[in-house]
Design a protein around this ligand. Structure first.
Ligand code: GLU
Length: 461
């Protein structure tokens, strides 16, 4: 059996780090098991689904390194769902209901007042053909409910009906079908709610494992019943915990907050986002994993905790820096070229500055310092006192002759110590500022060589 998984977003907004957790869990599960990954757009809600969002989701997944083996749109598969509806109807498992939302709400309250569980009482099953015809004559259209198999002979006498599954993440699960309402599968206007198209596709597309957020746990019982009603063996399920913001709110596709697109625009590395999305809220340590193959090695569904995990954007910054600090030049090279950073010094430059980068593109700022002109001369350089300026001019007199190497800095500063009596921060900070215009940065021993004698001399005079 080939493992087949699917990531099934509704293209009603941009995917966020929480959706990414689902997508990556499926992707890594497929990778680890030599399986296939289907990207399935759950776009039966034609009002809210937008092609623009579907395209953005594809771009985001590609950026993260997820390459679907197959892409499907539910909006192109209405015929298949109509056939599934017919099959259920023929089997007497789908029945028309005419209640309005207000009627249902009134009944729900009545049941609660009588201390009965607020589930649908299957009143529509009692309707005679004449009553149905009367509703239709009034212009009412039915919605259609799936008759859950939670009774022996009489649907009005339900009995505890346990559905079990061994969840890949949560372990053995039990749901009682008698504790839930018959789910509505088709709305008054003939459109489908999520359940029927989802189960029909999972059957048709040979999905073997469904890995998704634990907000779907309660759906799973009814879905297992539907798989069986449609003549299929249910797949294996795994429900992962959800991510919340630091203050505990759920992430929403609609708000665009923490969308993958916005993280990409903010300059984060895809593997920083992927590492956090996969490892947060599990017993695995959250570390910056440099590529998907290694992330697959750290990925373990059974390590995921059962409670919600808080997503802290500050963690993303830490992971991003860690990835850049370790990034080999060969990996950085093409991206540096895009920033017009190339040539003989490019490698030494990268190894010098990578430890100081928050975002990859910060390299351009350091390249300007190393290779370009500073926007000021020594007299306008920030932070320097008159004394410091005099010291810097002195320093220029004592600068070692070219060619320079990594030892030049030490040779120079040893001379300066001896001649001026300055030491420590007093000695190197004015030089750092005059040379780079910054108070922080990479090792001056390395920067000095990269800046080179000519630029150094002009900055110190
Ligand atoms: N479209 C559904 C969602 O985004 C898919 C749920 C599932 O994986 O079954 O929640």
């Amino acid at each position: 059996m080939t493992v087949t998984v699917r990531f099934a977003p509704s293209p009603t907004g941009y995917i966020h780090i929480g959706n990414t957790r689902t997508a990556l869990s499926n992707w890594l599960y497929a990778k680890k098991n030599g399986g296939n990954f289907i990207l399935r757009y759950d776009d039966t809600d034609v009002e809210r689904s937008k092609e623009e969002y579907a395209r953005a989701i594809a771009v985001d997944l590609d950026w993260l390194g997820i390459r679907p083996d197959r892409v499907e749109y539910q909006s192109k598969r209405f015929d298949t769902y109509a056939r599934a509806v017919e099959k259920l109807r023929q089997a007497g498992l789908l029945y028309p209901c005419y209640e309005t939302a207000e009627e249902l709400e009134r009944r729900r309250k009545l049941r609660l007042a009588r201390r009965l569980p607020p589930i649908y009482g299957r009143e529509a099953l009692k309707l005679t053909d004449a009553e149905k015809a009367a509703f239709e004559a009034e212009g009412r259209k039915p919605h259609w409910r799936f008759l859950l198999p939670n009774f022996e002979n009489d649907p009005f006498v339900t009995s505890r009906t346990e559905v079990h599954w061994d969840d890949l993440i949560r372990g053995p699960q039990t749901v009682d079908l008698a504790s839930m309402s018959d789910p509505v599968l088709v709305r008054e206007d003939g459109t489908y709610l999520y359940t029927l198209p989802s189960v029909t596709d999972d059957i048709d597309m040979g999905v073997t494992h469904i890995i998704r957020g634990d907000d779907h746990v309660t759906n799973t019982g009814a879905q297992i019943a539907l798989f069986k009603a449609l003549g299929a063996e249910p797949p294996v399920f795994g429900h992962h915990n959800l991510l919340t913001t630091i203050s505990g709110e759920g992430l929403s596709k609609r708000s665009g907050a923490l969308s993958i697109g916005s993280l990409r625009e903010a300059g984060y590395e895809p593997m920083a986002v992927a590492s956090l999305a996969v490892l947060i809220g599990s017993s695995e340590a959250v570390t910056a994993v440099p590529d998907m193959a290694h992330l697959a090695g750290h990925f373990d569904l059974t390590a995921i905790s059962k409670s919600a995990a808080k997503f802290d954007p500050a963690e993303l910054d830490t992971l991003n820096r860690a990835l850049l600090h370790e990034m080999p030049f060969e990996e950085a090279r093409p991206r540096l070229e895009n920033l017009n950073i190339a040539g003989l010094r490019a490698e030494a430059f990268w190894l010098t500055v990578r430890g100081n980068l928050d975002r990859f593109n910060d390299a351009a700022h350091w390249w300007q310092i190393v290779d370009g002109a500073l926007p000021w001369g020594l007299n306008q350089a920030p932070y320097l006192s008159d004394d410091d300026r005099a010291f810097v001019r002195d320093a220029l007199r004592l600068i070692p002759d070219a060619p320079w190497d990594r030892n030049t800095w030490k040779e120079w500063t040893d001379r300066l110590k001896a001649e001026t009596g300055r030491k420590g921060k007093n000695l190197f900070m004015p030089l750092r500022i005059a040379l780079t215009g910054q108070i922080h940065g990479p090792e001056l021993a390395d920067l000095l060589v990269l800046i080179g004698p000519e630029r150094t001399k002009s900055r110190l005079s």
